[in-house]
Design a protein around this ligand. Structure first.
Ligand code: ADP
Length: 513
């Protein structure tokens, strides 16, 4: 029976192509197309398929690949995809090094071949023909910067909430998420905030931190080093070395702490428009080199000794701040609370205290005094190319609500977020789609006049959007609307809160207690 005849009629053309590929691998002597003259990124799909099937013997391929008179990139262009796969499977080509071997003009081919190699080595064998996309992507921005062993990319739906008035300017709020109702809910919050004149923000701190762990032979020596760093002299020597590494890095503070004979130093620095982990790491390394001259016996155990603290929950971040520290505040008129948010100022304030403050206190939370700051923040992080793992500390937030206005009929609402770690240069912000989102906000790349202002604006937008998200979810909970919103979007059921009215103990009641 032929290989094709074994396939049920429901199989796609792609399945047939794959099977053909396998047959050709197993029987290389069977009819084969002629060798590729070169593999071009712009070649037609048909041309690509034909080229990818071409297969000579291992010996022949090795001779072509290892021909000393040719550059490896050129030799690879004389081999078909299947031949390259054969060499990789034979151990002649490292799968992780495909991009380097193929060169900048053949990055998509490197990805395509890696997918095939990984797919065929896996128990499921699905990757190669899966719907994980790999076409139409600028891999040159990924190479050496964003990801290794690339096999494609994962698209996430991008929604836009708002616009939201932040410090007098309207911003669409970009949110990459797969959580239904999140964008719609945030939009409702934006509408309520806009109706009250929008959000005002205040940036109360800006400093990325790195906290190395340094061992000394004894606690006494660790104590001497601590005293030196805390002195003006020590501080100045470290500052000079630190700031020599970047024009954007300005050392703001050095916080020291000792455990036994180990010294921790928390460097804090401005980082311009970069989120700043690379920048601060370079500066810290240089400062420690200067310190080593003064304390030759010290041993730097790790540039990050977790005293930073990066991507882990930590009280030090909540108390001292990390990245941008922002407060976003707004007044929502009472009639907007009733008509848009379908609740009352009194119910909202009561729920906020009982849930976000008391509930989180009961749970022993650090920085979790909010309803779902991480939801909004992470969606904006993904949309704008931030490091999503930093949502751990960046989402720390305290939401506050209190009645305001002459008769307390309006709502004063704020979020306090001490650790929004964002950048508009470096990291995932180099990728074209993420840059498109930053362009939409008018904050892509380095700020032309005031370095740091683009990243700060992004932090202000995020805090304001979190405010919208908090307001909307708290309102939905307090109004018991959560069920309806979720059901409308085919989501699972949740509990509806019952209305609660405090009873003031009267004489009769009081006498019983
Ligand atoms: P991170 O430190 O967040 O990991 P990168 O090291 O990838 O970021 O990017 C920061 C780089 O961008 C630095 O080399 C810095 O010199 C450069 N750069 C250019 N303009 C700016 C700016 N306005 N703010 C910060 N860095 C900038």
């Amino acid at each position: 029976m032929s290989a094709i005849a074994q396939y049920p009629s429901s199989f796609s053309v792609r399945d047939l192509e794959l099977k053909l590929r396998q047959v050709r691998l197993a029987h290389p002597e069977q009819s084969l197309p002629s060798p590729p003259s070169s593999d071009s990124e712009s070649s037609s799909p048909q041309q690509e398929i034909e080229e990818s099937y071409f297969l000579r013997s291992l010996k022949e391929c090795l001779a072509i690949y290892e021909e000393p008179s040719r550059a490896r990139t050129e030799s690879l262009s004389l081999l078909s995809d299947e031949e390259v796969i054969m060499l990789a499977n034979n151990g002649n080509i490292a799968t992780y090094a495909l991009e380097k071997l193929f060169g900048i003009d053949q990055l998509k081919r490197a990805v395509r071949i890696r997918r095939a190699i990984i797919s065929r080595a896996s128990s499921t064998g699905t990757l190669e023909s899966s719907s994980i996309p790999f076409e139409n992507y600028d891999y040159s921005r990924v190479l050496g910067a964003c990801c290794e062993n690339v096999v494609g990319y994962i698209p996430i739906p991008l929604g836009v909430a708002g616009p939201l008035a932040v410090d007098g300017k309207q911003y669409p709020i970009p949110m990459a998420t797969a959580e239904g109702t999140l964008v719609a809910s945030t939009s409702r919050g934006c509408k309520a905030l806009n109706a009250g004149g929008g959000v005002t923000t205040v940036l109360v701190g800006d400093g990325m931190t790195r906290g190395p762990a340094i061992d000394f032979p004894s606690a006494i020596q660790a104590g001497e080093a601590k005293a030196w760093i805390d002195s003006d002299d020590g501080h100045e020597i470290l500052r000079e070395a630190f700031e020599s590494t970047s024009r954007f890095a300005k050392l703001k503070s050095l916080k020291t702490a000792i455990a036994g004979r180990t010294l921790y130093v928390r460097f804090a620095t401005t980082t311009g428009d970069a989120m700043g982990m690379n920048m601060i790491s370079k500066g810290t390394e240089k400062a420690l080199e200067a310190m080593q001259k003064r304390f030759p016996e010290m041993v730097v155990l790790a540039l990050s000794g977790n005293y930073c603290t990066d991507k882990k929950p930590a009280a030090i971040n909540w108390i001292e701040g990390r990245g941008k520290s922002v407060v976003a505040e707004a007044v929502v008129p009472g009639h907007v609370v009733r008509t848009v948010l379908k609740t009352t100022v009194r119910d909202l304030c009561n729920l906020n205290v009982k849930k976000n403050l008391m509930g989180s206190a009961m749970a022993g939370s650090i920085g979790g005094f909010n309803a779902h700051a991480a939801n909004i923040l992470t969606a904006i992080f993904l949309a704008t190319g931030q490091d999503p793992a930093q949502n751990v500390e960046s989402s720390m937030c305290m939401t506050l609500m209190e009645p305001t206005g002459p008769n307390g009929e309006d709502l004063l609402v704020s979020v306090t977020m001490p650790c929004i770690e964002v950048g508009t240069v470096g990291g995932g912000t180099v990728l074209a789609p993420q840059q498109g989102v930053l362009d939409m906000l008018g904050i892509r790349g380095a700020h032309p006049q005031q370095p740091g202002q683009n990243a700060q604006t992004l932090a202000r937008i995020i805090a304001s959007a979190v405010l919208a998200g908090e307001l909307s979810l708290l309102s939905a909970l307090s109004a018991g609307h959560l069920i309806k919103a979720h059901m409308a979007h085919n989501r699972s059921q949740v509990n509806t809160p019952a209305a609660s009215v405090p009873v003031t103990p009267g004489a009769g009641l009081a006498s019983r207690v």
